[in-house]
Design a binder for this molecule. Sequence first.
Ligand SMILES: [Zn+2]
Ligand SMILES: [Zn+2]
Length: 461
Amino acid sequence: MTIGNLNPNNEIGASAWFVEMENNRILLDCGLHPGILGTTALPCFDLISNEKLDAIAITHCHQDHCGSIPVAMQYFPSAAVLMTELSYHILPRILHNSVNVMKYQAVEKNIPEYPLYTHEEVMALEPRFQGFRYNREIEWISFSKTCLGIESPTLEFIDAGHTLGSAGILLRSPNGESLFYTGDCCLHDQTLLRKARFDDVHADVLLMETTRGDHANIVDHKTEMERLGEAIIQAQKDKRSVLIPVFALGRTQEILTELALLMGNDKILPQKIYIGGLGRHFTDVYDLTASRTNRNYSKLKFGELMDLQTIEPGSLSKIRLSKPHIFVLTAGMMNENTPTHDLALRFMKDPELSILFVGYAAPDSPAGRLKAAVQGEPFFFSEFAKEVVCHCKREDFDLTGHAYRDELIDLVGKVSPKTVILTHGSPDAKAWIQENIRRRYPNIQVLDPQPKEFITIEHTA
Ligand SMILES: [Zn+2]
Ligand SMILES: [Zn+2]
């Protein structure tokens, strides 16, 4: 098989892997770099523009894995777009939201090529999307217009435990070759979602995420979530508002679960929880699909149990912060023109208020700069706000929807591949994973293809 790394940057960025198996071709993920503006945020579709692509299969609906699908469809108009049925409920909203963000950036940041695609293009593509259940082996022939012959490779989505609908993708060719792509995966239970169900997966080639490879794990998820709970309880006792910046898909619902548990156990009073519009939409999808998801608390319906108040544009300024409110708001990076950005500016002025960080923030994002800022000293927050001073309290919690690095090394042993290909991590993260695989499994080949590099792997079955 031939595998090509279309991500132009040697970092997490825009995930996109080209795979050719016995003259059949597929693209695994089709991301957009969340921290880069313009066409340089795209995968290098030019490298495969002459290929007949059967399909684009996406692991989950985070921007770095699905944000460039409409652009890819301009190159490969006959390719099918495959995902889990749970992602199928989420993807259109993610893409429409990207159009809105790009339209704003076109004007505010003067990027003439934005938007890279329009609402009309997304709507025109939607009939091309196909959703599949987990653990069903699907023949490419069944969805492909370009697949020739009687036998074709198969594809299977396997629950990755990262966010609602997330999956690893297992490819098997008729001659017995196999490849397993983990996508973003979580190999321990989160508060709501249970861990990936990768136990029975075996493959010749393991294409594995390495996000946490540069990060030794000090506390487990449960302990860290309890510490967050204590911080929220304390803020409520002190009658202080808290702001928790989150991503709309995944982290929002994990935090809401913790809040539901705190209220259910009488640790905090039942009250309104303020959330963003996109977070609210995905929370409703979590509720609607609760019985079909591998999760804890399958009877917990956020919309029924909690008084969720959706923040509408313009409504934020009317909310007084003198009361102990809880805000679980997008965007996690506090980008401009989002509720977290605007609310953080108000929070920073008041030493009594708290911002609780519960996930990764890129160092060059407003949230990353706020995390690193020295208390009481001016720092550059955003183009809109310029220099500000932070007086409010800030706390960091090491919560993640990604596998811990030791869990990834264990996964390699279980999948028992001949070759591991590293992806979705910083150079330091990949170096740690590479070294530890070599130490523990000296017979397994480890490859770290560079941006735009194509490799051919021959494994006879
Ligand atoms: Zn993700
Ligand atoms: Zn990712």
